[in-house]
Design a binder for this molecule. Sequence first.
Ligand code: ATP
Ligand code: MG
Length: 345
Amino acid sequence: MTLIRLSGATKIFDATAKDAEPVRAVDDVSLDVAAGEICGIIGYSGAGKSTVLRLVNALELPTSGSVEIDGVDITRLGERELRRLRGDIGMIFQQFNLFESRTVAGNVAYPLEVAGAPRAEIRTRVAELLEFVGLTGKATSYPEQLSGGQKQRVGIARALATSPRILLADEATSALDPDTTQEVLALLKRVNTELGVTILVITHEMDVIRTIADRVVVMEHGRIIEQGTVFDILSAPQHAATARFVASIIEDVPTGDDLDALRARHPGRIVTLDVREGAAAQGDVFAALAAHGVRFEVVHGGINDIRGRVFGHLTLALTGEKDAVERAIAAASAFATLIEEDARG
Ligand SMILES: Nc1ncnc2c1ncn2[C@@H]1O[C@H](COP(=O)(O)OP(=O)(O)OP(=O)(O)O)[C@@H](O)[C@H]1O
Ligand SMILES: [Mg+2]
């Protein structure tokens, strides 16, 4: 079931002092997010990611096109319906946006106070949320007494206070170190699996996408340039910008300086084995090389496991008599794709 649907959504901001021209921040974006999924949007600064989120929670109205939540066009809602909608959509931010003058419990209670919930109910709910995010002992602390990771846990608890069906995360881990990032992402994963919350994650880090997203949407200059399952995008990016994001976390076929350095160290033939899902071919390839008296060394590459699906590249430097190497490559090619570095230039 589609929970969030953008159809040809476009957002044009008027010219400002900074920009002499109107800015087409979101340009004809069509996007479906299914209930229960974690969808990631990746793109460089200025790609329009935050604007997409602000369209989803109706903080911005599209200049044209529509935004539907659960089948309802939210661009036509009145004030009262909008308030109900926002209670159904939580949001977390890069800079946490906590109230510094409120305690941890006070921060989490805030959306419930605004919604007019009874005191006793608020107390129970806040305790439950702090337990869920692992901050029971910090209820009376103030934000300035917390680490970045703890602050984001408070942000998550506060975003979940009104039991929303949707959580929007705008660079929620970009201010955190790698270990803390993993902890917060693990918590978001629990929000998704244990509470069934649909999550839209915005990031400029492919590692975040790899860690928690089911599906990824790549944006550039306000447009969606590519989208698909995380496995498909990581294993076979189609667009140059996507490939750059993927290259930041995946060891691909060596090119350029990497390849030159390998060639300088390994005078023999260099080939790269394409390891695909289901291809139990690695062993056959290695056996074929050995059977022809060819020795090899793995000099580059890696195997990636995207939630049980495997892909990757292994670059081998081969040594042996020239004809033997030729025959070995021909034999091994029966089992897997061998990419010849020379052919790629
Ligand atoms: N309120 C606004 N008024 C004018 N221009 C805006 C406004 N909000 C965003 N923009 C412009 O729209 C474009 C997209 O901005 P947006 O914040 O959506 O990008 P982003 O992908 O979230 O970038 P970042 O990774 O830096 O957060 C940018 O050129 C930005 O300057
Ligand atoms: Mg942004």
